[in-house]
Design a binder for this molecule. Structure first.
Ligand code: CUA
Length: 376
């Protein structure tokens, strides 16, 4: 019966692993994956769990079992265990096994990193320019021309290479659903590759503390079908005004939350006006990408046509109690809480839900003035 404790520990470890491993695999450690790279990373994470949970259980079993079974009982105060003078075979095993395990896991992790970072056939380049405290996405259209946007549109199943640049301090580009993150460092261009695999709206975050406005430095990634993306790109003005442009001396001043909004257009720091609203509509808010509006020369088709739907949708009995009775109230709610009421034929999850954070209140009021003045 010399091996009874060993047998008991093996049984306990097997039971512990059988309980803990499925639990560990069931925990949603990541948001649902929306890119090919994300699913590779999540599989790697599952493999690491499968390898590490049994080891954790074995170590804890030996510790707890020994503390309990071999504890000092009354009258054993002066006793000591039998002296042990090394065991070569055991030492070779406990050195070799972890070494093999770690080398294999490192090799696997390295191959995942390599394949996620490898350049893909037919890649689309998106230039990401970051500064305190905004993102700008630019899509090269050949011979030096480009389409710029403050919202990141991506076609599904299209390999994309992001070229990250920073105009001031170190920022980062992070879309949790893509499981990809990389710093944008002033003076160098860094590259990150993503192949979106799920249609939807995802947050784009700066994940490098870059000043007092860091928490405001967010944008939105919208993954759409290839046809919708092509239509959006086609509808955008070529070489339009960059949403963030070159930082003004005032914007570079660290520690001024919302300083990006005061520099994106000279009119936005003044009192709200319909003219400033038009600039926001076409420029920093990126409304033209999704909505049709003759007064702004916008021809987007992803969201409701504002020429034909804005006034009529706001006038319905269903909309009034939720979005407010007046046209201006309705427009304000539609911008700041787009899912409070969803117009017929559309669904939640398409319109960026965070304009109340990404636009200044002056910009929003200007947008409301502009839209109320042109609604037919
Ligand atoms: Cu940019 Cu934090």
């Amino acid at each position: 019966m010399r091996n009874r404790p060993l047998l008991q520990m093996v049984v306990m470890a097997v039971i512990g692993t059988a309980i803990l491993l499925p639990l560990a695999l069931l925990v949603p450690w990541f948001p649902a994956d929306a890119s090919k790279q994300a699913s590779n990373v999540h599989t790697l994470y599952d493999v690491l769990l499968i390898a590490s949970v049994p080891i954790f259980v074995i170590v804890e079993t030996v510790v707890i079992y020994s503390v309990w079974k071999f504890r000092m009982r009354p009258g054993e105060e002066l006793k000591d265990g039998p002296p042990i003078h090394g065991n070569t075979r055991l030492e070779v095993v406990w050195t070799a096994l972890p070494a093999i395990l770690i080398v294999s896991l490192c090799t696997y992790a390295y191959t995942v990193l390599r394949s996620n970072e490898a350049s893909k056939k037919g890649e689309m380049t998106v230039n990401v320019t970051e500064r305190q405290f905004a993102f700008e996405f630019s899509y090269p259209r050949g011979s030096g021309k480009q389409v710029v946007s403050s919202i990141l549109y991506l076609p599904i199943h299209q390999p994309v290479v992001f070229k990250l640049r920073s105009l001031d301090v170190i920022h980062s580009f992070f879309v949790p659903e893509f499981s990809e993150k990389l710093d944008a460092v002033p003076g160098i261009t860094t590259t990150l590759r993503v192949t979106p695999t799920r249609i939807g709206v995802y947050p784009v975050e700066c994940s490098e503390l870059c000043g007092a406005g860091h928490s405001l430095m967010r944008s939105t990634a919208i993954v759409v079908s290839r046809a919708k993306f092509a239509a959006w790109l086609q509808s955008q003005p070529i070489n339009g005004p960059p949403p963030i442009g070159t930082p003004s001396p005032r914007a570079v001043q660290p520690g001024v939350p919302g300083s990006f909004s005061s520099s994106s257009s000279s009119s936005s720091s003044a009192a709200p006006s319909a003219a400033a609203g038009k600039t926001v509509f076409i420029g920093s808010a990126g409304c033209s990408g999704c909505h049709t509006l003759a007064a702004a020369g916008a021809t987007g088709t992803i969201g409701p046509d504002l020429d034909t739907r804005l006034r009529s949708d706001c006038a319905t009995a269903a909309s009034k109690p939720i979005r407010g009775a007046s046209l201006s109230q309705c427009i304000y709610t539609a911008i700041t809480k787009p899912y409070a009421y969803i117009p017929k034929g559309y669904s939640a999850g398409i319109m960026p839900p965070n304009f109340a954070q990404t636009l200044s209140s002056t910009q929003i009021q200007s947008l409301v003035k502009f839209l109320a003045s042109v609604a037919k």
